[in-house]
Design a protein around this ligand. Sequence first.
Ligand code: L34
Length: 295
Amino acid sequence: MTAKIISGTETAKAIREELKAEVEELKAKHNVVPGLVTILVGEDPASQSYVAAKNKTAHALGIHSEQITLPADTGEKELLDLVEKYNSDPKIHGILVQLPLPKHIDEGKVLFAIDPDKDVDGFHPVNVGKMMVGEQCFLPCTPHGVLELIQRSGTETSGAEVVVVGRSNIVGKPVANLMLQKREGGNATVTLCHTRTKDMDFHTKRADILIVAAGVPNMIKADQVKEGVVVIDVGVNRIGMSDSGKAILAGDVDFESVKEKAAAITPVPGGVGPMTITMLMKNTVQSARQHAGLA
Ligand code: L34
Protein backbone atom coordinates (compact mmCIF):
# COMPACT_ATOMS: atom_id res chain seq x y z
CA MET A 1 0.00 0.00 0.00
CA THR A 2 1.21 3.51 -0.69
CA ALA A 3 -0.29 6.04 1.63
CA LYS A 4 -2.60 8.87 0.76
CA ILE A 5 -0.75 12.08 1.64
CA ILE A 6 -2.75 14.24 4.04
CA SER A 7 -1.76 17.76 3.02
CA GLY A 8 -1.76 20.27 5.84
CA THR A 9 -0.90 22.98 3.35
CA GLU A 10 -4.05 22.30 1.29
CA THR A 11 -6.31 21.90 4.31
CA ALA A 12 -4.92 25.04 5.89
CA LYS A 13 -5.53 26.94 2.66
CA ALA A 14 -9.19 25.92 2.60
CA ILE A 15 -9.73 26.96 6.22
CA ARG A 16 -7.89 30.26 5.64
CA GLU A 17 -10.24 31.08 2.74
CA GLU A 18 -13.19 30.62 5.09
CA LEU A 19 -11.53 32.73 7.76
CA LYS A 20 -10.70 35.52 5.34
CA ALA A 21 -14.35 35.80 4.36
CA GLU A 22 -15.34 35.75 8.02
CA VAL A 23 -12.90 38.56 8.86
CA GLU A 24 -14.24 40.66 5.98
CA GLU A 25 -17.78 40.15 7.19
CA LEU A 26 -16.90 41.04 10.78
CA LYS A 27 -15.39 44.25 9.55
CA ALA A 28 -18.20 45.17 7.15
CA LYS A 29 -21.15 44.26 9.36
CA HIS A 30 -19.86 44.88 12.87
CA ASN A 31 -16.82 47.10 12.46
CA VAL A 32 -14.75 44.50 14.31
CA VAL A 33 -11.11 43.83 13.35
CA PRO A 34 -9.60 40.79 15.09
CA GLY A 35 -6.24 41.64 16.69
CA LEU A 36 -3.31 39.40 17.58
CA VAL A 37 -0.03 40.13 19.32
CA THR A 38 2.90 37.71 19.18
CA ILE A 39 5.70 38.04 21.70
CA LEU A 40 9.04 36.41 21.04
CA VAL A 41 11.88 36.49 23.57
CA GLY A 42 15.31 35.67 22.19
CA GLU A 43 16.63 34.72 18.79
CA ASP A 44 15.94 31.04 18.27
CA PRO A 45 15.82 30.71 14.46
CA ALA A 46 12.96 28.18 14.46
CA SER A 47 10.86 30.38 16.76
CA GLN A 48 11.66 33.43 14.63
CA SER A 49 10.42 31.67 11.52
CA TYR A 50 7.20 30.41 13.18
CA VAL A 51 6.38 33.83 14.61
CA ALA A 52 7.07 35.52 11.28
CA ALA A 53 4.75 33.02 9.58
CA LYS A 54 2.02 33.73 12.14
CA ASN A 55 2.17 37.48 11.53
CA LYS A 56 2.30 37.08 7.78
CA THR A 57 -0.74 34.81 7.81
CA ALA A 58 -2.64 37.17 10.12
CA HIS A 59 -1.90 40.03 7.75
CA ALA A 60 -3.06 38.03 4.72
CA LEU A 61 -6.38 37.33 6.42
CA GLY A 62 -7.01 40.95 7.39
CA ILE A 63 -6.26 40.35 11.06
CA HIS A 64 -4.50 43.23 12.83
CA SER A 65 -1.21 41.85 14.14
CA GLU A 66 1.59 43.22 16.25
CA GLN A 67 4.93 41.47 16.48
CA ILE A 68 7.01 42.11 19.58
CA THR A 69 10.59 40.85 19.69
CA LEU A 70 12.52 41.12 22.95
CA PRO A 71 16.17 40.37 23.72
CA ALA A 72 17.03 37.00 25.32
CA ASP A 73 17.98 38.68 28.62
CA THR A 74 14.55 40.32 29.08
CA GLY A 75 13.45 40.04 32.70
CA GLU A 76 10.40 38.08 33.79
CA LYS A 77 8.80 41.18 35.29
CA GLU A 78 9.20 43.09 32.04
CA LEU A 79 7.50 40.30 30.12
CA LEU A 80 4.68 40.05 32.67
CA ASP A 81 4.11 43.80 32.44
CA LEU A 82 3.90 43.57 28.67
CA VAL A 83 1.34 40.77 28.89
CA GLU A 84 -0.62 42.91 31.32
CA LYS A 85 -0.56 45.80 28.88
CA TYR A 86 -2.07 43.67 26.12
CA ASN A 87 -4.59 42.12 28.50
CA SER A 88 -6.15 45.58 28.73
CA ASP A 89 -5.68 46.64 25.09
CA PRO A 90 -9.11 46.57 23.38
CA LYS A 91 -7.56 46.22 19.89
CA ILE A 92 -5.99 42.91 20.88
CA HIS A 93 -8.08 39.72 21.16
CA GLY A 94 -5.27 37.20 21.11
CA ILE A 95 -1.95 37.15 22.99
CA LEU A 96 0.67 34.61 22.03
CA VAL A 97 3.97 34.21 23.87
CA GLN A 98 6.10 31.95 21.72
CA LEU A 99 7.63 28.98 23.55
CA PRO A 100 10.18 27.96 24.64
CA LEU A 101 11.10 30.96 26.80
CA PRO A 102 14.67 31.53 28.07
CA LYS A 103 15.41 29.46 31.18
CA HIS A 104 15.44 32.41 33.61
CA ILE A 105 11.76 33.07 32.91
CA ASP A 106 9.08 30.93 34.56
CA GLU A 107 6.95 29.73 31.65
CA GLY A 108 4.02 28.76 33.84
CA LYS A 109 3.91 32.18 35.44
CA VAL A 110 3.80 33.91 32.06
CA LEU A 111 1.10 31.63 30.63
CA PHE A 112 -0.94 32.13 33.80
CA ALA A 113 -0.69 35.93 33.38
CA ILE A 114 -2.44 35.94 30.01
CA ASP A 115 -6.15 36.78 30.22
CA PRO A 116 -7.87 33.40 29.59
CA ASP A 117 -10.28 35.22 27.25
CA LYS A 118 -7.29 36.26 25.09
CA ASP A 119 -5.40 33.00 25.43
CA VAL A 120 -5.59 31.96 21.77
CA ASP A 121 -2.92 29.30 22.39
CA GLY A 122 -5.19 27.55 24.89
CA PHE A 123 -2.30 27.12 27.35
CA HIS A 124 -3.77 28.95 30.37
CA PRO A 125 -4.80 26.46 33.11
CA VAL A 126 -8.38 27.75 32.88
CA ASN A 127 -8.57 26.75 29.22
CA VAL A 128 -6.69 23.51 29.81
CA GLY A 129 -9.23 22.64 32.50
CA LYS A 130 -12.19 23.57 30.31
CA MET A 131 -10.83 21.42 27.50
CA MET A 132 -10.41 18.51 29.90
CA VAL A 133 -14.08 18.58 30.90
CA GLY A 134 -15.25 19.22 27.34
CA GLU A 135 -16.41 22.81 27.79
CA GLN A 136 -16.17 25.39 25.02
CA CYS A 137 -12.74 27.07 25.15
CA PHE A 138 -9.72 27.96 23.01
CA LEU A 139 -8.25 24.65 21.92
CA PRO A 140 -4.44 24.51 21.70
CA CYS A 141 -3.45 25.12 18.08
CA THR A 142 -1.34 22.07 17.22
CA PRO A 143 -3.69 19.48 18.78
CA HIS A 144 -6.64 21.25 17.17
CA GLY A 145 -4.86 21.10 13.81
CA VAL A 146 -4.18 17.39 14.28
CA LEU A 147 -7.87 16.78 14.96
CA GLU A 148 -8.91 18.72 11.86
CA LEU A 149 -6.48 16.75 9.67
CA ILE A 150 -7.76 13.43 10.99
CA GLN A 151 -11.38 14.46 10.51
CA ARG A 152 -10.96 16.01 7.08
CA SER A 153 -9.08 12.91 5.88
CA GLY A 154 -12.26 10.96 6.55
CA THR A 155 -10.69 8.75 9.23
CA GLU A 156 -13.11 7.21 11.73
CA THR A 157 -11.99 7.94 15.29
CA SER A 158 -14.84 6.36 17.22
CA GLY A 159 -13.56 3.16 18.81
CA ALA A 160 -10.20 3.53 17.03
CA GLU A 161 -6.96 2.62 18.78
CA VAL A 162 -5.11 5.94 18.93
CA VAL A 163 -1.50 5.88 20.08
CA VAL A 164 0.20 9.17 20.93
CA VAL A 165 3.99 9.28 21.28
CA GLY A 166 5.16 12.21 23.44
CA ARG A 167 3.66 13.75 26.56
CA SER A 168 4.34 17.48 26.22
CA ASN A 169 1.88 20.03 27.54
CA ILE A 170 1.73 21.60 24.06
CA VAL A 171 0.91 18.47 22.06
CA GLY A 172 0.95 15.00 23.61
CA LYS A 173 -1.21 15.53 26.68
CA PRO A 174 -3.86 17.74 25.05
CA VAL A 175 -4.13 15.71 21.84
CA ALA A 176 -4.62 12.50 23.84
CA ASN A 177 -7.32 14.25 25.84
CA LEU A 178 -9.13 15.57 22.79
CA MET A 179 -9.13 12.17 21.07
CA LEU A 180 -10.97 10.57 23.96
CA GLN A 181 -13.66 13.25 24.37
CA LYS A 182 -17.20 12.00 23.98
CA ARG A 183 -18.00 13.83 20.74
CA GLU A 184 -17.55 13.77 16.97
CA GLY A 185 -13.87 13.36 16.15
CA GLY A 186 -13.21 11.81 19.55
CA ASN A 187 -14.41 8.58 21.19
CA ALA A 188 -11.08 6.85 20.59
CA THR A 189 -9.28 4.43 22.87
CA VAL A 190 -6.11 6.34 23.67
CA THR A 191 -2.66 5.17 24.68
CA LEU A 192 -0.04 7.78 25.57
CA CYS A 193 3.59 6.65 25.20
CA HIS A 194 6.66 8.51 26.43
CA THR A 195 10.35 8.11 27.24
CA ARG A 196 9.64 5.73 30.11
CA THR A 197 7.31 3.46 28.13
CA LYS A 198 8.62 -0.09 28.43
CA ASP A 199 7.71 -1.55 25.06
CA MET A 200 7.05 1.25 22.59
CA ASP A 201 6.74 -1.06 19.57
CA PHE A 202 4.00 -3.12 21.24
CA HIS A 203 1.88 0.02 21.36
CA THR A 204 2.76 1.67 18.05
CA LYS A 205 2.09 -1.59 16.17
CA ARG A 206 -1.46 -1.70 17.55
CA ALA A 207 -2.33 1.82 16.45
CA ASP A 208 -5.11 2.53 13.94
CA ILE A 209 -4.12 6.18 14.25
CA LEU A 210 -0.57 7.04 15.30
CA ILE A 211 0.22 10.60 16.42
CA VAL A 212 3.91 11.27 16.94
CA ALA A 213 5.15 14.34 18.83
CA ALA A 214 8.44 13.25 20.34
CA GLY A 215 10.87 15.70 18.78
CA VAL A 216 13.20 12.92 17.60
CA PRO A 217 13.93 12.95 13.85
CA ASN A 218 12.83 9.84 11.90
CA MET A 219 12.21 7.93 15.12
CA ILE A 220 9.27 5.78 13.91
CA LYS A 221 10.20 3.22 11.25
CA ALA A 222 8.04 1.01 9.04
CA ASP A 223 8.53 -2.08 11.22
CA GLN A 224 6.95 -0.24 14.17
CA VAL A 225 3.56 0.34 12.51
CA LYS A 226 0.81 -1.86 11.19
CA GLU A 227 -0.43 -2.02 7.61
CA GLY A 228 -3.16 0.55 6.99
CA VAL A 229 -2.34 2.90 9.89
CA VAL A 230 -3.13 6.63 9.66
CA VAL A 231 -0.03 8.57 10.72
CA ILE A 232 0.06 12.16 11.96
CA ASP A 233 3.64 13.41 12.26
CA VAL A 234 3.87 16.45 14.52
CA GLY A 235 7.69 16.61 14.59
CA VAL A 236 9.45 19.51 12.88
CA ASN A 237 13.16 18.81 13.37
CA ARG A 238 15.93 20.88 11.83
CA ILE A 239 18.48 18.31 10.78
CA GLY A 240 20.82 20.44 8.70
CA MET A 241 21.25 23.32 6.35
CA SER A 242 21.01 23.28 2.56
CA ASP A 243 23.64 24.94 0.36
CA SER A 244 21.33 27.91 -0.05
CA GLY A 245 21.16 28.31 3.74
CA LYS A 246 17.65 26.92 4.24
CA ALA A 247 16.91 24.58 7.12
CA ILE A 248 16.44 20.92 6.17
CA LEU A 249 13.45 19.53 8.05
CA ALA A 250 12.55 16.02 9.12
CA GLY A 251 9.54 14.72 10.97
CA ASP A 252 9.51 12.24 13.84
CA VAL A 253 8.38 9.57 11.39
CA ASP A 254 10.58 7.97 8.74
CA PHE A 255 8.26 9.14 5.97
CA GLU A 256 9.82 7.21 3.07
CA SER A 257 9.49 3.78 4.65
CA VAL A 258 6.31 4.33 6.64
CA LYS A 259 4.36 5.69 3.67
CA GLU A 260 4.64 2.26 1.99
CA LYS A 261 2.66 0.71 4.84
CA ALA A 262 0.30 3.46 5.98
CA ALA A 263 -3.17 4.20 4.61
CA ALA A 264 -2.56 7.91 5.06
CA ILE A 265 0.26 10.08 6.37
CA THR A 266 1.09 13.76 6.90
CA PRO A 267 4.34 15.09 5.37
CA VAL A 268 6.94 17.35 7.00
CA PRO A 269 7.00 20.13 6.01
CA GLY A 270 3.47 20.80 4.82
CA GLY A 271 1.63 18.68 7.38
CA VAL A 272 0.73 19.74 10.90
CA GLY A 273 2.85 22.95 10.90
CA PRO A 274 0.61 25.02 8.59
CA MET A 275 -2.42 23.78 10.52
CA THR A 276 -0.99 25.07 13.81
CA ILE A 277 -0.78 28.56 12.36
CA THR A 278 -4.25 28.35 10.85
CA MET A 279 -5.87 27.24 14.11
CA LEU A 280 -4.26 30.25 15.79
CA MET A 281 -6.03 32.48 13.28
CA LYS A 282 -9.28 30.64 13.90
CA ASN A 283 -8.97 31.17 17.65
CA THR A 284 -8.14 34.85 17.17
CA VAL A 285 -11.26 35.38 15.05
CA GLN A 286 -13.33 33.44 17.60
CA SER A 287 -11.93 35.63 20.37
CA ALA A 288 -12.78 38.83 18.49
CA ARG A 289 -16.35 37.57 18.08
CA GLN A 290 -16.60 36.76 21.77
CA HIS A 291 -15.21 40.14 22.81
CA ALA A 292 -17.77 41.85 20.56
CA GLY A 293 -20.60 39.78 22.05
CA LEU A 294 -21.18 38.03 18.72
CA ALA A 295 -20.43 34.45 19.72
N1 L34 B 1 3.15 29.68 22.34
N2 L34 B 1 4.67 28.36 21.25
C1 L34 B 1 3.42 28.81 21.37
N3 L34 B 1 2.41 28.39 20.56
C2 L34 B 1 2.66 27.51 19.58
O1 L34 B 1 1.67 27.05 18.82
C3 L34 B 1 3.98 27.06 19.39
N4 L34 B 1 4.34 26.21 18.36
C4 L34 B 1 5.34 25.18 18.61
C5 L34 B 1 6.55 25.88 19.24
N5 L34 B 1 6.21 26.92 20.18
C6 L34 B 1 4.96 27.47 20.27
C7 L34 B 1 4.34 26.53 17.05
O2 L34 B 1 3.79 27.52 16.60
C8 L34 B 1 5.61 24.63 17.23
N6 L34 B 1 4.99 25.59 16.32
C9 L34 B 1 5.08 25.53 14.93
C10 L34 B 1 4.36 26.39 14.09
C11 L34 B 1 4.47 26.32 12.71
C12 L34 B 1 5.28 25.40 12.13
C13 L34 B 1 5.99 24.52 12.92
C14 L34 B 1 5.89 24.60 14.31
C15 L34 B 1 5.38 25.37 10.65
O3 L34 B 1 4.80 26.18 9.98
N7 L34 B 1 6.13 24.44 10.07
C16 L34 B 1 6.32 24.34 8.64
C17 L34 B 1 7.80 24.48 8.32
C18 L34 B 1 8.33 25.80 8.71
C19 L34 B 1 9.85 25.91 8.61
O4 L34 B 1 10.35 26.01 7.48
O5 L34 B 1 10.51 25.86 9.65
C20 L34 B 1 5.81 22.99 8.18
O6 L34 B 1 5.43 22.87 7.02
O7 L34 B 1 5.81 22.06 9.00
